[in-house]
Design a protein around this ligand. Structure first.
Ligand code: HEM
Length: 390
């Protein structure tokens, strides 16, 4: 957070677009809605690349979805992943069913610990990743499955290690790779996670019926067969599958479960707001067991609270770095090809600019708000709020 604070302060001196050296790596920092929109939306393709470094090379090998460079492999995998996730229910009623099912397990688990001091982080993480696993692996994992818990912990630890000093030192000096320093743990963790995924993929190969996919992995194996028939230079191959699986896991699990952590924490800090959310959910639910995703349009207060929590918590405060695919002009500056671009999205003022001030201050209360979209997985939050916290 301190780093973000300084980057924010610099922008007051140097403007909304400025360059900075992060260690030995030059980077461009973009702050302010106008320029962020320009980079991420209007001229998205010009800035669609991802900066590569030693860590990302070793871990992702220029494959997968999140840090893969802009090019054929990324485009094909992004298209394939989006359409496969949609086919398996993302944004649809069938996905909602998966969330209902998981929320029932989650609430049972939380109830078990109702009268004791309890950190819900791991069980929330497990619940969120189970929803992703149900699409990707075709199964969920019990909250006391120690192998899966270990994998989740390694993924979480990996996120921390990859941004720490030793990892950055290795990015700067290749010879650091083999020194017995803490970053070695990161490479061991990757091996363990890949080992787990290898077993899951092997199991799928043994049990699948071609062209009758049960989940993302089956679809990918079908795609590999198809591509091998059509073109022997296919980008669909096993190493790319492992990286996509890790990416979906990492990108989906930590972000969403941290957002849920913060939601619960803020509800504890603001019991009056918690009560108002519950009243609104109860009113819309009526005699039914639970509310549906489509009910959200009638819950403007709860939606605004969830958005407000996301703004406060800002779980990815610098975004995921982009890079320019050619020399580009931005705000009167020439940004050279493959420059690393960071985004300062942790901006109270920017959000105040998007929403009116009456909507952004949680403690002042939130009334008469227009409906705005909330992430699907926040249904989990609504179930916990509705059933457990009474
Ligand atoms: C509250 C939850 C989430 C937050 C805050 C979040 C945030 C982000 C951010 C900031 C990016 C970078 C976008 C960019 O650089 O253009 C990103 C990319 C991505 N996220 Fe999420 N995410 C969340 C949930 C998920 C979930 C549930 C999944 C999937 C299961 C997911 C999969 C991805 C993937 C695959 C990418 C890379 C996309 C690309 O490069 O085109 N995320 N996310």
């Amino acid at each position: 957070m301190r780093k973000i604070f300084f980057l924010d302060q610099f922008s007051k001196v140097y403007g909304p677009v400025y360059s900075i050296y992060l260690g030995f790596t030059p980077a461009v920092v973009v702050r302010g809605l106008k320029d962020l929109k320009e980079v991420l939306v209007t001229r998205g393709v010009e800035f669609a690349d991802r900066p590569q470094n030693r860590i990302s090379e070793v871990i992702s090998g220029r494959k997968g979805l999140v840090v893969a460079p802009y090019g054929r492999s990324w485009k094909e995998h992004r298209r394939f992943t989006l359409s496969t996730l949609r086919n398996f229910g993302l944004g649809k009623k069938s996905m909602e069913e998966r969330i209902y099912e998981e929320s029932a397990h989650l609430i049972e688990e939380l109830k078990k610990n109702k009268n004791s001091l309890y950190d819900p982080h791991y069980v929330l993480e497990n619940a969120v990743s189970n929803i992703i696993c149900s699409i990707v692996f075709g199964r969920r994992y019990d909250y006391d499955d120690s192998t899966f818990q270990d994998i989740l912990n390694l993924v979480c630890e990996h996120m921390k290690l990859a941004t720490q000093f030793w990892a950055q030192l290795y990015n700067a000096f290749g010879f650091v790779r083999h020194l017995p320093l803490p970053h070695q743990k990161m490479f061991r963790n990757v091996e363990i996670v890949f080992g787990f995924l290898r077993k899951v993929v092997e199991e799928h190969k043994r049990t699948r019926v071609p062209e009758q996919p049960r989940d993302y992995i089956d679809c990918y194996l079908d795609e590999m067969n198809k591509e091998q028939r059509d073109d022997n230079k296919s980008t669909f191959e096993e190493e790319n599958l492992f990286t996509c699986l890790v990416d979906l896991f990492v990108a989906g699990t930590e972000t969403t479960s941290s957002s849920l952590d913060w939601s619960l924490l803020y509800m504890m800090l603001y019991p009056d707001i918690q009560e108002k959310c519950r009243e609104e959910i109860d009113k819309i639910r009526g005699e039914r067991d639970h509310v549906d995703y489509e009910d959200r349009v009638n819950m403007p207060y709860t939606q605004a609270v969830l958005q407000e929590v996301q703004r406060f918590a800002s779980v990815v405060p610098l975004g995921v770095a982009h890079a320019s695919i050619k020399d580009v002009q931005l705000n009167g500056f020439t940004i050279p090809k493959v420059s690393k671009i960071l985004f300062l999205s942790y901006l109270k003022r920017m959000v105040e600019y998007i929403f009116s001030s009456s909507q952004v201050t949680m403690v002042k209360g939130l009334q008469n708000l227009p409906c705005c979209p909330i992430p699907f997985v926040y249904l989990l939050f609504i179930f916990i709020q509705n059933t457990y916290i009474k």
